[in-house]
Design a protein around this ligand. Structure first.
Ligand SMILES: *Cc1c(COP(=O)(O)O)cnc(C)c1O
Length: 383
């Protein structure tokens, strides 16, 4: 089976991990801060904080921004459930902003209209989480301008978008946000097995994120209370978690970062081949907006049902039967049973639902070699 995404592991990656296994520290040694420094530099951010997943990163980003019961968090319905679940972990209320039908990202106009209405009801969001879907940056200038007017914080869910750029700056620079979150799950751009990272330019947020990832305790920040205290002394000041990344994982991440630009350019080249080869088929290929350079985490097509009678389910089945692991990203979050129980229903976010009814993800990863076969099988399936 050709998967829809796959990691690329080199001999150097393996050596980096084995070196840590043969060293004194498997976790919380020198590799974690070295990985953080590497990501902070790459993104031109002041701080980077490593954690064990993007889900953990989203959770502590919300906590650091003081999201609590009674507050509202808004995100995109076309994302992985973690983009919304993080708000529920904090006891907050969740709502969604419909997507733009060409980028599949949170629509800034829809956001503005929703903010106007929310202001009338006194229910403005505390946090908005734009998701850079498939690696394409959201319209961050517009969302940032709205944050200034309506007073909300911004967490960029850049789980798809390490290596992407917006207005000539790397995603993660936090030029237009408070915090950016990355995922290092194996299907993403670089991997640490499981893992995540937060970037921020705010010293106080970075301090709080570090506390939250490790039980609310930090030796780094400890203050000796009396002459009878020694280096053993630590203090728990807030209720934190164990969301730490290991040195084993960080070594893999550092080694993977050596090839990030190669990975992104291989993905861009393969996407370009898809764009050109699929242009005559009854589908809509993905766009890349002005000011954006995508990491091409996902290659998503939209089936044009005005030009083909074949159903999405049928194409999906035919491709799978031919050994091609096509996928669907994503079932709109508000249609998940858990979210329906919170009161969401079909029709709430029409653009997201329309997108979902037509979308299919084709395999894309740096080592993909069977692209001809995928294109031919898809063309055949759409007949
Ligand atoms: C993968 C993903 C996550 C969760 O990442 P983990 O590292 O697996 O926790 C969150 N948001 C989006 C958009 C994702 O694609």
């Amino acid at each position: 089976m050709i998967p829809y995404g796959h990691q690329n592991i080199s001999a150097d990656d393996i050596k980096a991990v084995v070196d840590v296994l043969q060293s004194d520290f498997l976790t919380q040694g020198p590799m974690v801060p070295a990985f953080e420094t590497k990501i902070a530099k790459y993104c031109s951010a002041q701080h980077a904080v490593a954690v064990n997943s993007a889900t953990s990163a989203l959770h502590i980003a919300c906590l650091a921004l003081e999201l609590a019961a009674g507050d509202w968090l808004w995100t995109s319905p076309i994302s992985f459930v973690a983009s919304a679940n993080c708000g529920l972990y904090c006891g907050a209320n969740i709502d969604f902003v419909d997507i733009d039908s060409t980028t599949y990202n949170m629509c800034p106009q829809a956001l503005e209209e929703k903010l106007k209405k929310a202001e009338e009801h006194g229910e403005l969001p505390k946090i908005v989480i734009p998701v850079h879907f498939s690696g394409q940056s959201c319209d961050m200038r517009a969302i940032h301008a709205l944050s200034k007017r309506y007073g909300f914080s911004i967490i960029e869910d850049a789980s798809h978008a390490i290596g992407s750029s917006y207005l000539d700056k790397k995603i993660g620079s936090c030029e237009y946000s408070d915090i950016t979150v990355f995922s290092f799950h194996p299907v993403k751009i670089i991997t640490t097995g499981e893992g995540g990272m937060l970037t921020t330019n705010d010293d106080n947020l970075a301090y709080r994120l570090k506390l939250y990832r490790s039980h609310g305790i930090s030796r780094e920040f400890f203050t000796q209370k009396s002459d009878n205290d020694g280096a053993w002394y630590y203090e728990q000041s807030i209720l934190g978690y164990n969301y730490r990344l290991t040195d084993i994982q960080s070594a893999l991440g550092i080694s993977q970062m050596e090839r990030i630009d190669e990975f992104v350019s291989a993905r861009a080249t393969l996407s370009q081949i898809y764009n050109e080869s699929l242009s005559a088929l009854p589908i809509i290929t993905p766009c890349e907006n002005e000011h954006v350079k995508s990491s091409w985490h996902l290659y998503v097509i939209q089936i044009n049902f005005s030009k083909t009678k074949v159903s999405r389910a049928n194409i999906y089945k035919k491709m799978q039967a031919s050994g091609i692991g096509v996928n669907v990203h994503y079932i709109p979050i508000h249609l998940q049973p858990y979210y329906r129980k919170l009161g969401f229903k079909p029709g709430d976010f029409p653009q997201a639902e329309e997108y979902y009814s037509r979308t299919l993800t084709l395999p894309l990863y740096p080592d993909l070699t069977q692209q001809r076969y995928i294109i031919e099988t898809l063309a055949e399936g759409l007949k």
